[in-house]
Design a protein around this ligand. Sequence first.
Ligand code: FA5
Length: 352
Amino acid sequence: MTQPTAQSIEDITQKALVELAGFETTEQLDQWRVTYLGRRGELTTILRGLSQLDLNDRRLIGALGNQAKTTLEESLASRTQGMSETRLARAASEERIDVTLPGRPIVTGGLHPTTQIIREICGAFAGMGFSVIEGPEVEWDHYNFEMLNIPSGHPARDMWNTLWVDYRDEQGQQPMLLRTHTSPMQARVMESMEPPVRVIVPGKCYRYEATDATHEWHFYQVEGLAVDEGITFADLKGTLFEFAKRMFGDERKVRFRCDYFPFVEPGVDMSIDCFACQGDGQGCRICRDSGWIEIMGAGMVHPKVLAGVGYDTEKYTGFAFGLGPERIAMLKYGIDDIRHFYTNDLRFLRQF
Ligand code: FA5
């Protein structure tokens, strides 16, 4: 290894500075840094020989070496900065920015129409003292059917075309399914709290359906449940009537007809008078000539359901209801096919 001298350090420094002054590109600067200042660079190699010098020389030549290193590093930094300033100045003069041009619009997403209508529905009930909760989409037979007064083998099970999960328990039973409605949350909520209960449960449901304009195989429901001392059918009617007014306007009339759901008694379906033809019906596409539009199933919670969760049926009564937000959105916005909601066609989605 050659011994470093003041002359050899000076020579390398001069050579390096001359080279640096002639560079045009950042790649050249990078290469230069490796050549002189890198781990095996020329200056680094020379300084490594310092150990062969006696103490006095080492101190003297070492100081010169450090000074040379600082000079090269500072020159490199100033050359790098100079180069980037030149590049920017060139770009500015070549590109010419027209500050009067309108800005590019920022692409923003929007809420899905189903989400919007669910929020509107929840908002209407929240204003009446209901809290919003959610529950599992993969459910047990126990909650989806048994706790709702629909035991195994009950013909009412045929009302829901069920998608069963391919899983068997130790007894060989297939107890898991994609929930067919949000009603299983009735029992889950009541198991977890004492009355008074006032909840709204929005969520996805699944059915083994042949799809058509009003049926999807996956869709949303919004369940409602109120349980307390002294709740009557009048409370059910009053609450749902108020909801219909909030969603569809002050003039709406409401109709209740008997319907059957095993977990309510009595059970009803609720319709509103058609807002498109004002209940006239004649030639109306929205209500199909009937003057009425069905929007949900409802009823007084069956005592067996209350007893199933351990509530005192002598003390407590309640009402429940379940509605389909997509169907409500279809009515509200005149959408003619439920399948539009989930085909992800932006031409449809952008309208909301
Ligand atoms: C039920 O699912 C009951 N759980 C509702 C209920 C709750 C009654 C509490 C009483 C007390 P139904 O199967 O009718 O009921 O469905 C309720 C609503 O879900 C329907 O009115 C409709 O708006 C929506 N719905 C049902 N099936 C579909 C489907 N295949 N596609 C889109 N929406 C549907």
